[in-house]
Design a protein around this ligand. Structure first.
Ligand SMILES: [Zn+2]
Length: 52
């Protein structure tokens, strides 16, 4: 399972890494619009942790 925990406490978990990236990008644009320019799909991939 791939997981990303946002600094605000928002968490995404999915077996599909691409779906995790998509959900995080949507979350960032909705909740952290000031970060949109810095958070690219490559950056989000770097945040993914593999959890059981
Ligand atoms: Zn957040």
């Amino acid at each position: 399972m791939n997981q990303v925990l946002c600094e605000c406490g928002f968490a995404v978990r999915d077996d599909d890494e691409d779906r995790v990236v998509e959900v995080v990008l949507q979350h960032v644009s909705a909740t952290h619009p000031d970060l949109v320019e810095d958070v690219t799909p490559a950056v989000v991939r770097g945040w993914i942790e593999v959890v059981p």
